[in-house]
Design a protein around this ligand. Structure first.
Ligand SMILES: Nc1nc2c(c(=O)[nH]1)N[C@H]1C(S)=C(S)[C@@H](COP(=O)(O)O)O[C@H]1N2
Ligand SMILES: [Mo]
Length: 151
C-alpha cells in the first residue's frame, strides 16, 4: 500500500506542468520541483527581445537561470534539458554565468500556452549580445521544458 502511494505521488509530481531539477543538486529526495506559480513567487526578471519564434520585440518574464541553479545548489558543468515533446538539449552552465539566460513562464503578459510553450521556456537575450542570435543558442532555447538534470 505504501509503495502504491509513493508511486502515485511521484507520477503526480513528474507531470507536464512543472519543472523537475535533479542530478548534481542538493536535495533530500533527489529532485526539486517548480511550478510556474513557484517561479513567479521569486524575483521576476524580463528579457525584451526579438526571437525566431515571435514577431517584433517580445517581453519574456521569468527567473534568472543562474539564480535557480544557485537555489538548488547545482554543482556540475552541463544541464541536460528535456521537453514534454521529447526534445532534449545540453546547455553548458557557463551560459547561465555569462549571459542573462532566463527560465521564462510568461510572454507579453500571458502565461505560456499549454501544449505550445508551457510550462517553461529557456530564453537568451538574443538582441543584447549579437553573438547570441545564432543557431547554437536558438537550439538551446528549449520550450515545454519539464526536466533539467545537472551533470
Ligand atoms: N521543446 C522544444 N524546444 C526546441 C525545439 C523543439 O523541437 N522542441 N527545437 C530547438 C531547435 S533545434 C531550434 S534551432 C530552435 C528553433 O526551432 P524552430 O526553428 O524549429 O522553431 O528551438 C529549439 N527548442
Ligand atoms: Mo536547431
Amino acid at each position: 500500500m505504501t509503495v502504491l502511494l509513493v508511486f502515485s505521488a511521484s507520477l503526480v509530481r513528474a507531470d507536464e506542468h512543472q519543472l523537475m531539477i535533479n542530478g548534481k543538486i542538493t536535495s533530500q529526495n533527489g529532485a526539486i520541483y517548480f511550478s510556474p506559480g513557484d517561479m513567479a513567487a521569486s524575483s521576476p526578471i524580463e528579457v525584451v527581445t526579438n526571437s525566431p519564434w515571435t514577431t517584433g520585440k517580445t517581453r519574456f518574464r521569468g527567473v534568472l537561470l543562474r539564480d535557480i541553479l544557485d537555489k538548488v545548489e547545482a554543482d556540475g558543468s552541463v544541464l541536460k534539458a528535456t521537453a514534454a515533446d521529447g526534445f532534449t538539449v545540453d546547455i553548458p552552465i557557463s551560459d547561465a554565468e555569462e549571459y542573462k539566460v532566463i527560465i521564462a513562464y510568461k510572454m507579453d503578459g500571458e502565461w505560456l500556452e499549454e501544449g505550445v510553450y508551457a510550462p517553461f521556456w529557456i530564453i537568451y537575450p538574443y538582441d543584447t549580445d549579437k553573438n547570441l542570435a545564432q543557431e547554437k543558442y536558438y537550439g538551446r532555447s528549449i520550450w515545454q521544458l519539464t526536466k533539467i538534470t545537472v551533470e
